[in-house]
Design a protein around this ligand. Structure first.
Ligand SMILES: Cc1cc2nc3c(=O)[nH]c(=O)nc-3n(C[C@H](O)[C@H](O)[C@H](O)COP(=O)(O)OP(=O)(O)OC[C@H]3O[C@@H](n4cnc5c(N)ncnc54)[C@H](O)[C@@H]3O)c2cc1C
Length: 399
């Protein structure tokens, strides 16, 4: 993508900075805020513009937890790591609240609800609720149509719902613009990272608009990481997520969705905005091969699937207003990767990426922690180290 002279003049590249952060999504911007809080000059570069990636295309759920439910996480990760992950996502929202997210016009405190339609997932959600309560997480369950059942419980009643009472929703573009407005020391530069070279004077960050010298570099390119770091092609794979919005203005008020919903192990998700618009996403698991792509374009197969899913939830077909897609970076175990590219050398470039379907709910906190760890102010839990993928030869990557 070319840049105009005016554009380049407005955001000249500095010769030297303390940190270069590559990628102006929620991860890169959050890390840069943390660097600035330490008094460091952090230059954020993005090949497009802030929010062009998944951070500006998602559903805006700020949820506690990860892709699947707590019981599944306990089985996959063990109790302590599952607890640490859930705590990280709680801290994500707590940190955003401490910055004032609740003053954003489209931010809402809204409980989320994981729902199960089959017996197996229902049993998992029941177990999740028990384990979460034991581990000190506030949680509720819902079964059967309540007195004021919304459309879901009326037309496609789940067997059980697990409610996270303190979750929230946002307009992700609004959220990102607000975070960007906190960066005071230097403007975000629209330029593409080409390569990083290690020199005696630090890292030469070679971009499409010139070279910036930096003491340290943090890569937050999520789904796009493999084009910079080919050794990461197996560790962070692009997966398209598709969404649509529906005109639900004709829906009776008592059918308005009460929660921000996650269904089918998080594969489908839907919520209703203040203006009554409903947004629905998912259906990727029915087209897994086709969705392993960096193309941010909706496709007929997934969109039809979303429409038929929405028809079941609302008991009628609602008019489609808009369709879109974004690309997520999936890791083999669905946990993000954060730490130095060369695990044995904290002075090598760092990465914070691979948020799978949950970056809005994790990345602000994890990127902040990563920025602090890069600057020697804290340590990152091993849970997010790339070394968990035993044959990952991360050390070769940026050398
Ligand atoms: C449809 C959909 C729905 C989702 N819903 C939710 C949700 O409700 N809740 C939730 O928690 N998560 C959700 N997610 C996931 C979430 O959006 C992502 O995990 C998160 O936005 C990732 O943020 P990021 O900053 O890591 O990456 P991104 O936002 O993708 O940013 C990466 C940036 O890197 C830039 N870049 C790439 N290569 C280069 C280069 N060489 N040089 C310079 N810049 C480069 C890109 O231009 C891009 O701006 C959803 C995702 C999708 C697609």
């Amino acid at each position: 993508m070319s840049n105009s002279l005016w554009h380049i003049r407005a955001t000249p590249l500095p010769a030297r900075v303390d940190r270069v952060v590559v990628g102006a999504g929620i991860a890169g911007i959050s890390a840069s805020i943390a660097f600035e809080s330490l008094g460091l000059d952090a230059l954020v570069i993005d090949g497009r513009y802030p929010g062009w990636g998944a951070s500006g295309r998602n559903a805006g759920f700020l949820m506690r937890g990860a892709a699947d439910n707590y019981a599944a996480a306990v089985d996959d990760l063990g109790r302590e790591d599952a607890k640490a992950l859930w705590t990280l996502t709680e801290n994500n929202l707590t940190r955003l609240r401490s910055l004032g997210i609740d003053r954003l016009p489209h931010y809402r405190a809204q409980a989320s609800c994981l729902v199960a339609f089959d017996a197996e997932e229902a049993a998992q959600l029941e177990r999740s609720a028990r384990l979460m309560a034991e581990d000190g997480f506030e949680v509720e369950t819902r079964q059967g149509q309540g007195e004021h059942a919304d459309a879901l419980w009326r037309y496609e009643p789940p067997r059980i719902g697990l409610v996270n009472p303190h979750d929230a929703v946002c307009d992700p573009v609004e959220l990102l613009a607000w975070l960007c407005s906190m960066l005071k020391r230097m403007p975000i530069a629209e330029t593409t990272l080409q390569r990083i070279e290690q020199t005696d004077a630090g890292f030469a960050v070679v971009t499409s608009r010139g070279t910036v010298m930096a003491e340290q570099v943090l890569i937050c390119t999520n789904a796009y990481t493999a084009s910079l770091l080919p050794d990461y092609a197996r560790l962070i794979q692009p997966n398209r997520g598709q969404m649509l919005s529906l005109d639900a203005s004709g829906l009776p008020a008592h059918e308005r969705l009460e929660f921000a919903y996650y269904a089918n192990h998080g594969s489908e998700y839907f919520r209703q905005l203040d203006d009554s618009t409903v947004i629905v996403g998912g259906w990727r698991r029915h087209h897994e091969q086709d969705e392993r792509t960096l193309e941010n374009e909706p496709t007929a197969g997934v969109q039809q699937g979303l429409e038929s899913f929405a028809e079941r939830v609302f008991g009628r077909r609602l008019p489609v207003r808009h369709r879109w897609a974004g690309t997520m970076g999936f890791t083999p175990d669905h946990l993000p990767i954060a730490g130095p590219l060369d695990a044995s050398d904290a002075t090598s470039p760092w990465i914070c990426a691979g948020f799978t379907g949950h970056g809005m709910s994790m990345a602000h906190e994890l990127a902040t922690q990563t920025a602090l760890a890069m600057s020697g102010r804290s340590e990152l839990p091993d849970l997010f180290s790339a070394t968990r993928f035993a044959d990952a030869d991360a050390g070769r990557i940026a050398r």
